[in-house]
Ligand binder design. Structure first.
Ligand code: KG4
Ligand code: ZN
Length: 398
């Protein structure tokens, strides 16, 4: 069977055709995967502007779907189902994909499958590598999420831990912004860090030991926190450049709204998710894309030092969880899994621990519809279809 996948949760309009192979070990093959990125539109604003994103999805969706079908040599009558990201994400963006998918499925007489965006990221590992040795511990690390999951059976995802504040990708985006490097921050910091000394600047590592009051069901000691690190980079830059926003209380920025790790698109431009009471001076400083007058080498050193702390925290917590849960494999998916240092460190650590480690290809790391199609096939084969009153859900739980 061939399935059409549609993904519009943030600032990428994507459609893909994925086909079942008939081989249980490597169940799916990508026939096409078209991504129309809106990065150029949002870069100007320093982050994703939800209203602009949804309007652009409307302009792009028809052409992107037609192109995905053409690239796959597939007609509507060749399809067995339509899968779409229901959430989490920006609600206006999600609505475009959900409405399109419902209309298309109804018109073509096809079943509709609702997919959780993070299930898509997790299944990108299977789409790329075949079924993972189970149980597997999978880290989903993106602009909106930093979550560890235990996968005991195919299609079952048990949340083990998450970030208490900023997602890792969000920290990349914020640090890039305060270094004047533009949006999105991950790829540019990744590139600059290659020329930097990763020990040049002492930055704090946060190790949580207690349960989160907001999630008492989780033990908490596998949780992540990146807000203090981002603030430390800001303090360092301000100290080096002599810029002092009046009355700055940088630690308050750790109060970035709870929703930031629930709804995707936490890197929204207007800092709308900064909690009340967070420092106005810093907010405007960062929102304006504060551009410090630092030498290029020093910016590279900051990028490398920041990246070392983020990647070390991600890799250590992943392997801690793998040991605790007796994992037969580990995986990392989501936009930040495109990071070159994360990929390299993961490989080294996996070999040292003799634990198979899995990553998606670069094209399947950042948001794309092929992963949504794959997760859709998984759900369809488990007997789950959606009705035509399906609605987008910005904070959909997994
Ligand atoms: O999964 P994704 O495309 O969208 C969300 O679901 O959020 O992830 C986007 C995030 C952004 O924060 C971006 O800065 C980050 O992934 N990212 C990277 C790299 N490429 C993208 N972070 C670090 N290194 C990269 N090479
Ligand atoms: Zn994503």
């Amino acid at each position: 069977m061939r399935i059409l996948g549609i993904e519009t949760s943030c600032d990428e309009t994507s459609a893909a055709v994925v086909e079942e192979t008939g081989d249980a070990a490597t169940p799916w093959a990508v026939r096409s995967n078209v991504v129309a990125s809106q990065v150029a539109i949002h870069r100007e604003w320093g982050g994703v502007v939800p209203e602009l994103a949804s309007r652009q999805h409307i302009r792009d969706i028809c052409g992107v779907v037609e192109r995905a079908l053409a690239d796959a040599g597939t007609a509507w009558s060749d399809l067995g189902a339509v899968a779409v990201t229901q959430g989490p994400g920006l609600v206006g963006s999600l609505l475009v994909g959900v409405s399109f998918a419902k209309a298309a499925a109804a018109a073509a007489g096809l079943p509709l499958v609702a997919v959780h965006h993070l299930a898509g990221h997790i299944e990108s590992l299977v789409l790329q590598n075949g079924e993972l040795p189970l149980p597997s511990v999978v880290l989903v690390v993106s602009g909106g999420h930093t979550n560890l999951y235990l996968v005991e059976r195919p299609g079952s995802y048990q949340l083990l831990s998450r970030t208490r504040d900023d997602a890792a990708g969000e920290a990349y985006d914020k640090v890039a912004k305060l270094l004047g490097l533009g949006y999105p921050g991950g790829p540019v910091i990744d590139r600059l860090a290659k020329d930097g000394n990763d020990r040049a600047i002492a930055l704090p590592t946060t190790r949580l030991t207690h349960a989160d009051r907001n999630a008492p069901e989780l033990k908490g000691d596998l949780d992540f926190s990146f807000s203090g690190l981002k603030t430390a980079v800001l303090r360092h830059v301000l100290a080096r450049t002599g810029e002092q926003p009046r009355g700055a209380n940088m630690t308050r920025d750790s109060d970035v709204a709870q929703g930031s790790n629930v709804a995707q698109g936490s890197n929204v431009a207007q800092d709308s998710n900064v909690a009340e009471g967070s420092n106005r001076a810093q907010r405007s400083l960062v929102a304006q894309g504060f551009s410090p007058a630092l030498p290029e080498q020093e910016i590279a050193d900051i990028a490398a030092s920041f990246q070392r702390v983020v990647v070390t925290a991600l890799v250590e917590r992943l392997f801690d969880a793998a040991r605790r849960y007796g994992a037969a494999s580990v995986g990392v998916a989501g936009g930040v899994s495109a990071n070159s240092r994360l990929r390299a460190d993961l490989k080294t650590r996996g070999e040292a621990r003799e634990l198979p480690t899995f990553l998606p290809s670069l094209a399947l790391s950042t948001d794309n519809a092929a992963m949504i199609a794959a997760a859709g096939l998984r759900k369809l084969r488990a007997g789950h279809t959606a009705s035509f009153d399906l609605n987008a859900d910005a904070a959909l739980p997994l």
